[in-house]
Design a protein around this ligand. Sequence first.
Ligand code: MYR
Length: 131
Amino acid sequence: AFNGTWKVDRSENYDKFMEQMGINVMKRKLAEHDNLKITIEQTGDKFHIKESSTFRTKDIDFTLGVQFDYSLADGTEVSGAWEMEGDMLKGKFTRKDNSKLLTTTRTLVGGELVQTYNYEGVDAKRIFKKQ
Ligand code: MYR
């Protein structure tokens, strides 16, 4: 159900979230208009994701419940895993530089893909439309 190409449409509190992550104002301004697009291909427990934005293009492969490394667009390295809980993908990632937790979820709501983010008490959302 997550399969397809999703383009970011709007964000909620994303600037505050990035600020909490320690990202400076210039990078935050650029990130606010990153035109993030993700293509998700799920086969059973395995996911292949193509990420593209004004910052980069990247291919990500992971299996539900299996830890993997990922670097955020600003270079911050995290390690963690996604799990499926009902219809929701739940990700728990730990920053390698300070061991703090970044949690994220993906759900489908009314035909849109909603991704939530939490870091150190700050919540944000990005909402994607199918292309
Ligand atoms: C993926 O499924 O797309 C790859 C793994 C995602 C890991 C966590 C994503 C958090 C992204 C937060 C961006 C914050 C920019 C500071």
